[in-house]
Design a protein around this ligand. Sequence first.
Ligand SMILES: [Zn+2]
Length: 199
Amino acid sequence: MRASEVINVPATEGRAVSVPASQAFRIVDVEGNQVADLFAFNAADVGEYHSAMHTRAGVSHLFPKVGESFYTNRRRPILTLEADDTPAIHDMLIAPCDPERYQGLGVEEWHASCRENLEIAMRELGHDHVCHPASINLFMNIPVAADGSLGWEPAQTAAGDSITLRAEMDAIVVVSACPQDIVPINDRNPTSIAIELLE
Ligand SMILES: [Zn+2]
C-alpha cells in the first residue's frame, strides 16, 4: 500500500492525526533505534482510549501479534496490528516519559517528554484536558527476564523499519518521537518518526 499522506514527527516532538475507521497507517522509524510512543482515542469520545492493561487481557500477550487488536478501556478494538516490518520488539509495560521522569534522572532544566507531547498535540485538536493512558511503545526494547526484571536497551529498528496498523473506529492517534536521551532506549540520539496514511 502506498502513502496518501505523510506526517513527519520531528525528533522529540509529537503529532496528532485523525484516522477514520478502516483506514490503515504506517509508523516508520525514519533513522532507526528510535522509540515511538503511540496513543489512540475514540474520536467521538476521548474518554475512551487505548488501554494497555485491557489489551493484555484481550490478547494474552505482553504485546499483540500481527492480526491481533489493541483494546480500549471499554474493551472494544481500536487498532489492529496488520504488519510488522521490524525486529518485532515493542513494549507496553513502561509509562510514557514525563517531566517528573527527567527530574528523577537528574535533569534540572525543562526537558521535552512524551506526556507533554501528548498534551500539546491533543490541545491543537481542541482537547484541553485529556487523560494520560499508558502508551504503546513501538520499537521500544525492554527485555523481560525470567525473574521478572526489566532491561533498558536501545531500540533494534533499522532506518525505514515500520509497523502497519488499521483503525477499528474513528480514532485520534497521537505519536511522540520519544525525547529520552538519558537512558539508552533511543541509543541516546532521539530522531524523527513518520506517520503514513495508506491508500
Ligand atoms: Zn518518551
